[in-house]
Design a protein around this ligand. Structure first.
Ligand SMILES: [Zn+2]
Length: 326
């Protein structure tokens, strides 16, 4: 592994490498952003690079020195990952870190403690950690990883360098799915587009199930467009089956209108998310104007917002089905 193996987050990587090159690595960082997008993976890679014996001018791990090999095996004595064993991270967990910090690193240059889901620290644990943040030592680095930085006390936030992570572009998630999981390149973009920019979420989804769900939706979209108006109600009730499916269904419809718009303008199948269902995209692009597709995307977005506010679900979906140009 090295930074080159990280999917996305180039800006964040460059920032950390610059800090390494200038020997200005901070004592404590917060890595925040959506769950399961690679924050902890990057924290581990940063720890590896800081301890690599050959990091030299590349500011990256070599992957083959004794330190890198220990990291790969997961038994580097100076790299620690703290995860909540229960609902909370407790004061005893933080004391454990503080006890180790009083010694010099055993082998490496920098002892790194990664606290995953740091927002799970209870009040006593957070207060204990604050002491450490107030008295930093050059031998130790703390990285707090969290999807909910707003749950951390201001006193902690203000003492850490805050690195914010963005959701990954769908292309990056798709590349991960094809490279690392051997997924069919034709199906990966559709799954990636539903992941909301999170590799973890994409992996949680059952791809066959998702592709079958999308196929059903694609059929309903077509029959609502070229068949009887009643078919719009069928589409609405299909979407309203269950809450989780509803959000996914709206996202899928969004990708179809987005695709149709892009395909209409570029005529390039490679730009299309639902490339494995190109006939459906072509059909929409052929029968709708650009302005109608933009209207549809806005209708979907408005409906999503209304549904988030818990308005009557079936009424909202039925109204939506009749507002769409199909
Ligand atoms: Zn190395």
């Amino acid at each position: 592994m090295s930074f080159a193996n990280i999917y996305g987050h180039h800006q964040q990587i460059t920032m950390l490498q610059k800090a390494m090159a200038r020997k200005r690595v901070g004592h404590s960082y917060i890595f925040s952003g959506l769950a399961a997008i690679g924050k902890k993976t990057l924290a581990l890679e940063f720890a590896r690079a800081l301890n690599c014996e050959n990091a030299g001018i590349r500011q990256d791990a070599c992957g083959s020195c004794p330190s890198c090999r220990k990291m790969t095996r997961g038994n580097h004595p100076d790299i620690h990952v703290l995860e909540a064993q229960t609902q909370f991270i407790r004061i005893a967990d933080i004391r454990g870190i503080q006890d180790q910090m009083t010694f010099r690193p055993l082998e490496g240059r920098k002892r790194v403690f990664i606290i995953d889901d740091a927002d799970k620290m209870n009040e006593q644990a957070a207060n204990a950690l604050l002491k450490t943040l107030e008295e930093p030592s050059a031998d130790n680095l703390l990285i707090l990883v969290t999807a909910r930085p707003f749950w951390l006390p201001q006193t902690i936030l203000s003492r850490c360098l805050h690195v914010r992570f963005n959701p990954l572009p769908a292309e990056t998630v798709a590349r991960f799915l094809t490279d690392q999981k051997g997924m069919d390149p034709a199906g990966a973009p559709a799954l990636a587009s539903l992941s909301g920019g999170s590799i973890g979420r994409a992996l949680e989804m059952d791809s066959e199930d998702m592709i079958a769900f999308r196929a059903r939706l694609s059929n309903l979209l077509r029959s609502a467009g070229i068949g009887e108006p009643m078919n719009r109600l069928v589409l609405a009730s299909f979407l309203g089956q269950d809450k989780k499916r509803l959000q996914q269904g709206l996202s899928i419809l969004h990708t179809y209108f987005r695709d149709a718009l892009v395909y209409r303008e570029t005529a390039r199948a490679s730009m299309v998310i639902n490339a494995d269902d190109l006939p459906a995209v072509e059909s929409l692009a052929g029968r709708l104007k650009g302005s109608q597709m933009l209207h549809n995307i806005a209708v979907l977005e408005n409906s999503r917002q209304s549904l988030d506010m818990n308005v009557n679900k079936s009424l909202t979906l039925e109204a939506m089905a009749f507002k769409l140009h199909l």
